[in-house]
Ligand binder design. Structure first.
Ligand code: SAM
Ligand code: ZN
Length: 321
């Protein structure tokens, strides 16, 4: 992992120093706790712990953003299941296998370096790519990374760090994963740029992102359906801006829309509310049916009325050689 990570202050190389890690440029020492290396810049050092003291809160907007997000994410990850996603069933698992991981797995050798930004508890890699990659899980939440290590192989490296100032070396990864993260960040463009330059020329970025979409019946409804259970800052990632950022340094090989308001409503009222999550997670037939209806709706009415279109995209990007 020390071959791919860098000092978050000056991008200096890192070396082992007793049980910790030291920057060879500035001499800063970074600690390891529960198998997780913390690479936070000085201004974020206080978020190392899950509950920093209230008086430690920052006056800087982007630091406060992260403090607020962590207040949301740390307990959220605590309650999250550690069930790895399955490649054939479940909306997340099937889609990520079909539209992302399954498209590059055979093109990057047997033991590629795979780094994930905002990995949470790594349910995707634990379920869809459990063996082969030299995997580095990264997230701002220490408890999430520590929990993720329980479902990942022993070779996994875990790094607590900020996505916006992502401390990884240029061209160090065969594959970078970003799954449902950009819209939670104070500066998604900066994070995406870091991720793209971390991919080696010819390597891949696999992205699953919630993109900006007009709200259904927005004229008559002040809030959105999910306002009550989203993180404090839900940023805006317009699909056209996302495409433009990606095309600056590589090629979009695959772009797939999903999650129309129909699927959102079906999941909410037929699955989540009646507590049938495991049924959908375990059934390929049900997953296929949900997805077929989703595609029919998003490509039909969704073409005519943007508010009825897809809210998420999965995309495979390849860095220019
Ligand atoms: C919706 S979850 C996605 C988790 C995982 N990628 C998945 O697909 O299950 C968003 C993740 O972004 C992380 N996150 C939020 N702000 C971050 C930041 N500034 N830097 C790194 N990770 C961040 C959260 O802790 C959380 O794990
Ligand atoms: Zn340094």
């Amino acid at each position: 992992m020390l071959d791919v990570a860098a000092c978050p202050e000056d991008e200096g190389a890192l070396e082992r120093h007793d049980d910790d890690v030291r920057c060879t440029t500035c001499g800063r020492v970074f600690g390891v706790e529960g198998g997780v290396l913390t690479l936070l810049p000085d201004r974020l050092a206080h978020v190392r712990q899950p509950t920093p003291a209230p008086e430690a809160r920052s006056g800087e907007d982007d630091v406060r953003w992260i403090e607020d997000e962590l207040e949301w994410w740390n307990p959220w990850h605590d309650a999250e299941t550690l069930q790895p996603f399955r490649p054939r069933s479940g909306l997340r698992g099937r889609s990520r296998e079909k539209h992302l991981l399954g498209r590059v797995r055979g093109r990057v050798g047997d033991h590629p370096i795979v780094i994930e930004m905002g990995a949470g508890v790594s349910r995707t890699v634990a379920g869809l790519w459990p063996e082969g990659p030299r995997y580095v899980a990264t997230d701002i939440s220490l408890p999430a990374l520590q929990a993720g290590r329980r479902i990942l192989g022993p070779q996994t490296a875990s790094v607590q760090c900020d996505a916006v100032t992502w401390p990884f070396r240029e061209s160090s990864a065969d594959v970078v994963l970003i799954l449902g993260v950009l819209h939670h960040l104070s500066d998604w463009r900066a994070a995406l740029e870091r991720a793209c330059r971390t991919v080696r020329p010819g390597g891949f970025l696999l992205l699953h992102e919630a993109v900006t979409k007009p709200r259904v019946l927005a004229r008559w409804r002040a809030g959105g359906m999910d306002d009550g259970w989203v993180s404090p800052h839900e940023g805006d990632v317009p699909a056209t801006a996302l495409r433009a950022e990606l095309e600056r340094s590589g090629e979009i090989l695959h772009w797939h829309g999903e999650e129309s308001p129909l699927r959102f409503g079906m999941v909410r009222y037929l699955v989540t509310r009646p507590g049938r999550h495991e049924l959908l997670e375990g059934s390929p037939a049900l997953t296929i049916a949900f997805n077929a209806l989703d595609q029919a709706f998003g490509r039909g009415p969704g073409r005519l009325f943007p508010s009825l279109g897809f809210n998420e995209v999965t995309t495979v990007w390849q860095r220019r050689t």
